[in-house]
Write a protein that binds this ligand. Structure first.
Ligand code: FAD
Length: 491
């Protein structure tokens, strides 16, 4: 086991350009509505209002499909300020909206015929779906019909995560590529002029995204390798990896609580990387990751040999204390969620933060508790009170047995001012939902309860999530209203 030196100071974290949520929402509306604005300026043969609505729906959805490549959680400029949780929730909801829009796109075209003769309407709908003329549109729709449900059902599919991820990418590229071909070849408004230029620009942007993610980043992982210094067993199936930069690799500027995408071995291909929180303070050179065994990649963490080349892409994420005004901190970790919480705690210790810090750390079995000695030692440096919880009891365990319920949270908060305490929660999805709702129920403002999920499944569950969803739906309502308003102009 290698002793980790936590004393070497280093430069502060670099501030990346991170647009606000409002700026990103406006950019999203602008990107989706630009094709409508360009179509409104084109002179084409008059059409039935339903056909104009179908065209408008297709134009907005095609642009929205291209934007999905930027909201995939891989761009710090997009997800840096909002957090990967929020960006992934948006990505998922927008995907359902796009699927609905593209399913309705051919249906709207046949409504005028269908209202005159149902038989003719159905014949026309079948023709749209079988004619070689519309083949690329059907390919786009088929790819989307496969892509969205397979993402929704991912955990129930008997596929490895990496296979699903590759399939997801290929289906996304097929959907947008075929959709662009369809617009450029059969679109009434897209055949030429500025709109055709926009679609070629969108295609170029997607090629650039692919080149950056899987070309430039891959090359960077190889040009600036890291290596595994040591692996330490912290608890049952839980390992701490100490990763240090290679000779040609600069130290990483990050903020405590952020995460990196990590790959190991000679290949280090970004499509195979995994996200892990940095369980470290930027005050220490290198990175520590606390990895809990959860599947094929993490199960091998304990067997990785020192010296193994590591690819690190980061930092990412907004689960940090930066730009947060609070008089006290409530850190809550569940299971593997101890990773970023240790990062925050280690940084508070390194900075000798003077604010009261309350830490709750909950696990299934006492044997899963990690870093207990270090947590205990932190009490000598900062104003820290700790509540350890385990669902199951075991001989020698002195913490509380049970879950982190509202009564325990109330006790942990004690006399801290609820409106001035910032809670940072990381753990399993159901725990995050339960604890964040309970804290809001105990009087903490919604904006003072932050969390980071380790999987994107339960992203619609908590009160905070639901507030997000209403905001997203508001955005989609604006797009729907714009389509309705565009109909008289386009018909
Ligand atoms: C922002 C973030 C920070 C994380 N930090 C930590 C940490 O500090 N410590 C820790 O132990 N775990 C962390 N995780 C979870 C960790 O990434 C997964 O446990 C790991 O990727 C599982 O990979 P696997 O091959 O072992 O298991 P698999 O069986 O392949 O996957 C198990 C589950 O992990 C998730 N997952 C797998 N691969 C990926 C991927 N490439 N991208 C996103 N999700 C994936 C999926 O939900 C999947 O169902 C974090 C996850 C996220 C999103």
């Amino acid at each position: 086991m290698t002793e980790i030196n936590r004393s070497t100071p280093r430069a502060g974290a670099r501030d990346l350009p991170r647009p606000s949520g409002r700026a990103l929402a406006l950019a999203y509306l602008a990107a989706c509505l630009l094709p409508l604005a360009l179509a409104a300026g084109r002179h084409v043969a008059p059409a039935h209002p339903w056909e104009a609505a179908a065209a408008a729906l297709g134009l907005v959805a095609l642009s929205g499909m291209a934007v999905q490549f930027f909201t995939s959680g891989r761009f710090e400029t997009v997800s840096g300020r909002l957090g990967i949780d929020k960006v992934m929730a948006f990505h998922k909801i927008a995907a359902w909206g796009l699927l609905l829009a593209l399913l309705l796109h051919p249906v709207f075209y046949v409504i005028p015929t269908w209202t005159e003769s149902r038989t003719l309407g159905i014949e026309r709908l079948i023709a749209y779906h079988t004619s070689p003329h519309y083949r690329s549109g059907i390919v786009a729709l088929a790819a989307l019909v496969l892509l969205v449900p397979t993402a929704f059902l991912r955990d129930r599919l008997p596929w490895r995560y990496e296979l699903w991820r590759a399939t997801h990418l290929l289906l996304g590229l097929t959907a947008v590529g075929a959709g662009l071909h369809h617009a450029l070849t059969v679109g009434r408004f897209s055949a030429g002029g500025a709109l055709a230029g926009l679609w070629w620009g969108a295609a170029g942007a997607i090629v650039l995204v692919m080149a950056v993610l899987y070309g430039w980043r891959w090359a960077r992982l190889h040009r600036h390798p890291w290596h595994l210094q040591s692996v330490t067993r912290l608890a049952d199936r839980t390992w701490e990896l100490d990763i240090q930069p290679g000779e040609s690799t600069p130290q990483m500027d990050y903020k405590a609580g952020q995460f990196v995408w990590m790959t190991e071995g000679r290949g280090r291909f970004p499509l195979l990387d995994h996200p892990f929180s940095i369980a470290d303070s930027p005050a220490r050179p290198g990175l520590s990751l606390i990895v809990k065994e959860a599947g094929d990649f993490t199960n091998r963490a304990g067997q990785l040999a020192p010296g193994t080349p590591i690819g690190i892409d980061g930092p990412h994420g907004s689960f940090t204390l930066e730009h947060r005004d609070a008089d006290a901190l409530l850190l809550i970790a569940g299971g593997a969620g101890i990773g970023p919480i240790m990062g925050l705690l280690r940084d508070l210790v390194a900075r000798r933060d003077r604010r009261p810090v309350r830490l709750a750390y909950a696990v299934g079995q006492p044997g899963n508790l990690a870093c207990l000695e270090e947590i205990e030692a932190a009490k000598d440096v900062i104003d820290l009170e700790v509540m350890l919880l385990s669902e199951a009891d075991a001989p020698g365990f002195t913490g509380e047995v049970g879950r982190l319920d509202p009564a325990r949270l109330d006790r942990l908060l004690g006399d801290l001012a609820r409106g001035r305490t910032l809670a940072l929660i990381c753990g399993p999805g159901p725990m995050i939902t339960g604890v964040s709702d309970a804290l809001i129920g105990l009087g903490m403002p919604l904006d003072m309860v932050e969390y980071e999920r380790f999987d994107y499944r339960g992203a619609l569950a908590s009160r905070r999530d639901r507030r997000r969803i209403y905001r997203f739906l508001g955005l989609f309502a604006v797009l729907a209203a714009a389509i309705v308003l565009a109909v008289p102009i386009l018909s």
